[in-house]
Design a protein around this ligand. Sequence first.
Ligand code: PHB
Length: 175
Amino acid sequence: MTNRALTQLHAIEWLPLSSPQLTPSLLDWLMEEDSMTRRFERHCEKVTVEILREGFIGAEEAGADALLLPEEPRYWLREILLCGDGEAWLAARTILPESTLQGPEQKLQQLGSQPLGRYLFASSTLSRDFIEPGRSHDLWGRRSLLRLSGKPLLLTELFLPPAPLYHAVQAERKK
Ligand code: PHB
């Protein structure tokens, strides 16, 4: 399940915002500008993070993601599952060039099971270049290029089948 989620995350195909596949309820979830952790908290008692992998990787392993980031020898990678009441709702991969970790942003390396969003959205220096929706077979996802004090990080998220986004999509179909 875990590996499958990451494989599907890697297979997301990006869509233009004008894509007719993107219904209003999908856009409402995928273009959420606030923290997804906070949004999930409206749908469960407790949101938790399960860390799958954290550490430095080389540009080669960073693959296509590195093309959206400045070219550097090393990138910090964090892959997690975000769970609502113990059920995996979202797989997320954060990748940032090592230089983003300079200064206060070195805390990004020490998040542990604290959700990234809590750190990001508490920062007054957060800005966003873009959010792009995408799909991986029957699952929806998105990627965001964010900046802390101007320093970039790329966050890719895939909504797993139990995520509340799919309830909203189902309800929309029945209308
Ligand atoms: C993370 O902790 O890495 C994280 C948390 C929530 C997200 C994405 C990433 O929506």
